[in-house]
Design a protein around this ligand. Sequence first.
Ligand SMILES: Nc1ncnc2c1ncn2[C@@H]1O[C@H](COP(=O)(O)OP(=O)(O)OP(=O)(O)O)[C@@H](O)[C@H]1O
Ligand SMILES: [Mg+2]
Length: 251
Amino acid sequence: MDKIVIENLTLTYSDGTESLKNVSFNIQANTITVLFGPAGGGKSSLLRVLNRLNDLADVTTLEGSVRINGKNILDPDVDVNALRRQVGMVFSRPVSLPLSIYENVAYGLVMAGMKNRKKLDEAVEQALRQAVLWDEVKDRLNDPGVALSGGQQQRMGIARVLALHPEIILLDEPTSALDPLATAKIEEMLRELKEKYTIVIAPHNTQQSARISDMAAFFLQGELIEYASGDIMFTNPKDQRSQDYITGRFG
Ligand SMILES: Nc1ncnc2c1ncn2[C@@H]1O[C@H](COP(=O)(O)OP(=O)(O)OP(=O)(O)O)[C@@H](O)[C@H]1O
Ligand SMILES: [Mg+2]
């Protein structure tokens, strides 16, 4: 099922940079879709459009449409706060608030007005379990979040997003600051999460893209050059430019 339908998306920043040029593709539900390609290709720009974080940037042109469950999220009448709960974002550096582990995960729910302690307890446990962090923190939920390792803090941040019951999770280089073991845990977690969620990720290298992608989209200077299953993209891409990039002829 197509979860996100992107049509003729063009984004130009006010300094004239065309970061997305007439991009069209569909993102399927319950898959991991990887956006990859060299620096400046537009991967982060696209992720930001998907939950309207681009609203905060200096953008002169935003054309085309991005339909999620049939609704164009670029329409002016969209409730952006609701959209950002539906489409959660995880960044490369964990965003740990100066609060306990419990409060870090409950944060969005408390902000949304949930007060019932039992409900909060359940939601926090469920989110931490989904983020594969529960066993490591269940006996120290009141410790400060910043006391966790980098990888644990990243999973705690993911738990904070999951607690809001999103449908789509966006991740921008979520493991770029992590060691290989912490990275492997996050990749494993993503494979489990895709059973329930639609995942769109810009990995920080091609190896990770190849490991985790169900579908892969290759971006070069704002253009979507090729979109294919990960199996095909990373073994037998059609476009010479994808091939050259994947085989390391340019970076
Ligand atoms: N807020 C902004 N204002 C102006 N130009 C921007 C802004 N954000 C990104 N750009 C430009 O848009 C283009 C695409 O950038 P973007 O960050 O989306 O690429 P990327 O594929 O995520 O790159 P990287 O691999 O380095 O993360 C680049 O030329 C970049 O300089
Ligand atoms: Mg980026």
